[in-house]
Design a binder for this molecule. Structure first.
Ligand code: HEC
Length: 316
């Protein structure tokens, strides 16, 4: 009997915990689901809430706590929005130090009574965020002010709202996300990463340990004639586009068990930049017949220097 009670107690506890977890995940999604975006301030009508004629001005404040050598500023001082209208604004952060550094933002809305009506749909709040040495990023925040603000007697007079963010040095830097995910793809950085991580096995225009990668974006997997692909990749039925390449680079064995590529790129921003670089690589043109040897050339003369042609080049 005692045992049954214990089991029941445990089940109840698990139930409550599961409830809490899904509840907080929903809250997190609602307030702060982070996805990438870029560009300049713009407004889009929220499709969930009804837009009202009432306009409020939202001001932006930023601060960094001592101990975090970042510059952190709003791209716009303020924005005028209709209640219910979705707004996209940007904040800039620069790591002024020579070290990668992880920060954590908290925010606060004033007047306090408005807090419940200020809905953030996307932001960088609550997450541990890493900036590389001297790295600069623009971070998007999407929000709207609930039209209920106008019907609450407590807040109906409010026409100015201030959103303040403070970045603190993170106490728990492990598992931080890279703020560079907010940056647009950088094929030049991709070329450097390719030279470091891929060029030992891949060249753009000829097979090495791995198949040539010129023109790989848009090409069917395992389709370079004459390259000895693994049966697994040969039968995978994949076509390389941004999405499949991203999954391939994140873990070739996870995407197609049994393939022969023995490495992965765990960092999402690095994968994005490498793929941006791969897009610039054109398919190799069918190899031209080698230049006729000058008559009388010694058969033992060294072959023409071919080093340069395989080097990664940030074309395009
Ligand atoms: C240690 C060697 C090695 C390294 C390093 C390596 N690869 Fe590969 N890669 C291979 C091999 C081998 C294959 C063929 C896999 C098979 O047949 O299963 C391959 C296949 C591929 C393919 C599929 C090509 C096709 O024709 O279907 C892509 C794309 C690719 N690699 C990209 C990369 C990128 C980008 C990097 C650097 C981040 C990289 N690889 C690093 C060995 C390597």
């Amino acid at each position: 009997m005692k045992r049954i009670l214990t089991v029941l107690g445990l089940l109840a506890a698990i139930g409550v915990m599961t409830g809490l977890v899904s509840y907080s995940v929903t809250l997190y999604r609602l307030f702060c689901a982070v996805t990438g975006a870029g560009g300049t301030p713009q407004r889009v009508d929220a499709d969930t809430a009804t837009t009202s004629a009432r306009i409020v001005t939202v001001f932006f404040n930023t601060d960094t706590a001592p101990g975090l050598p970042w510059r952190f500023e709003p791209k716009q001082r303020s924005i005028r929005v209709h209640l219910g209208e979705q707004a996209l604004v940007f904040f800039e952060a620069t790591n002024l130090s020579d070290q990668p550094m992880v920060g954590h933002a908290t925010f606060n809305v004033t007047p306090d009574k408005v807090g419940i009506y200020f809905k953030k749909i996307q932001c960088f709040c609550f997450t541990e965020e890493r900036l590389g040495p001297h790295e600069h990023v623009e971070m998007p925040v999407t929000f709207y002010v609930d039209p209920e603000l106008a019907t609450d007697p407590n807040t109906e007079d409010v026409d100015q709202i201030t959103l303040s963010y403070t970045f603190f040095r993170s106490a728990r830097p492990e598992g931080a996300e890279d703020l560079s995910r907010f940056q647009s793809p950088d094929p030049e950085r991709g070329a450097l990463l390719f030279a470091n991580q891929c060029s030992g096995c891949h060249l753009p225009d000829k097979a090495k340990v791995g198949p040539p990668l010129g023109g790989v974006v848009g090409r069917k997997a395992a389709s370079v004639p004459g390259y000895p692909y693994s049966p697994a990749l040969a039968h995978a039925g994949l076509t390389w586009d941004e999405a499949t390449l991203d999954r391939w680079l994140a873990g070739p064995q996870q995407l197609v068990p049994g393939v022969a590529m023995p490495m992965a790129v765990p960092d999402a921003a690095a994968r994005r930049d490498i793929i941006a670089y791969l897009k610039t690589l054109k398919a190799a043109t069918p190899s031209a017949p080698s230049p006729a040897q000058a008559p009388g050339a010694s058969p033992s003369s060294p072959p023409p220097d071919s080093k340069a042609e395989g080097a990664p080049r940030p074309a395009g």
